[in-house]
Design a protein around this ligand. Structure first.
Ligand code: ZN
Length: 138
């Protein structure tokens, strides 16, 4: 069995953003040489997500509005976690949007449904953060 590991680094200039990282993940898959197996992508931070959904700007706007209703950033004093920092909402948003995705690899390709793409969800940006890509297979 082959095994491949790589860290992808991001430094988002805004507090929140959604980034389509499918091209970087496909590059990892090519580098791995693996044709059949499983690919894991996970955020290595507890205020960021990796998730799969549609690459559609309206939907990303809807996520932003929905997450702000669920866990508004302001007022920061509403959260007990914020006695030492101001990112409690980012922890909650990350929990909803998820930590990781697993994708089947078939014939050297990500075995996606029609509109599936992989996204990095940043909820407390303006600093360097990592995503882990792990691939196992033959
Ligand atoms: Zn925190």
């Amino acid at each position: 069995m082959k095994s491949y590991r790589k860290e992808l680094w991001f430094e988002v200039k805004t507090r929140r953003a959604f980034i389509n990282i499918t091209p970087q993940v496909e590059q990892c898959l090519r580098e791995s040489g693996i044709r059949e197996g499983l690919l894991l992508v996970n955020a290595m931070h507890i205020t960021a997500s990796v998730f799969i959904n549609d690459d559609e700007a309206g939907l990303h706007h809807d996520y932003e509005v929905w997450l702000e209703k669920l866990a508004p950033h302001e007022p920061v004093a509403q959260y007990r976690h914020n006695s030492y920092e101001d990112n409690a909402d980012a922890h909650l948003k990350r929990q909803v949007m998820g930590r990781e995705v697993v994708v089947a690899i078939t014939d050297g390709q990500l075995d996606f449904g029609t509109w599936e793409r992989i996204f990095y969800g940043e909820f407390d940006g303006r600093r360097k953060k990592r995503v882990l890509v792990k691939i196992i297979g033959e």
